[in-house]
Write a protein that binds this ligand. Structure first.
Ligand code: HEM
Length: 134
């Protein structure tokens, strides 16, 4: 059960990271995630993310998707629907390894770097929803 306080803390700390996502943080995060997980890096490479421009494009799409999750934390149905949609596009590419979604979320918690307990609670709830759709 995610508390209202945890949701608020995640929204506040995400807003700080997201405001420079396009100019800086998105690529920085993708570089860290690819360095942390060869399978994630290779999955992106196999779909054409082999240069910095494409990495930036993917990082922006990821950040916007995550932003839409975080804005919907207080609307359970909307959040479920967004997660389901995101998982559907990954399943079409045969990306259905739950462990890798967890790695991505762990990387995100480390990247934000603050309010880790709240982030763990929120991302665990998101991952649990992903699991039901995978
Ligand atoms: C955990 C949260 C994740 C979020 C929010 C997320 C979000 C997205 C978004 C918004 C897109 C672009 C829209 C689309 O075409 O579907 C995308 C594409 C993609 N994602 Fe994810 N993703 C996540 C995790 C992962 C993981 C763990 C992998 C690999 C194991 C992965 C691999 C890919 C690939 C290969 C593409 C397509 C790249 C391309 O077409 O060039 N994603 N993701």
């Amino acid at each position: 059960m995610v508390t209202a306080e945890e949701k608020a803390l995640v929204q506040q700390t995400w807003a700080l990271v997201y405001c420079t996502w396009e100019s800086k943080n998105g690529v920085k995060f993708y570089e860290k995630m690819f360095a942390a997980s060869t399978p994630i890096k290779e999955a992106f490479e196999s779909f054409g993310t082999t240069n910095i421009e494409e990495m930036k494009r993917q990082a922006i799409l990821f950040g916007d998707m995550l932003n839409s999750f975080i804005l919907a934390l207080n609307d359970e149905d909307a959040l479920k629907c967004k997660i389901q949609g995101m998982i559907a596009t990954h399943k079409k590419r045969n990306i259905r390894n739950m462990g890798l979604f967890k790695v991505a979320m762990q990387q995100l918690i480390a990247f934000v770097g603050t309010e880790k307990a709240a982030w763990t609670s929120v991302t665990d709830a998101i991952l649990a929803q992903m699991k039901t759709n995978l």
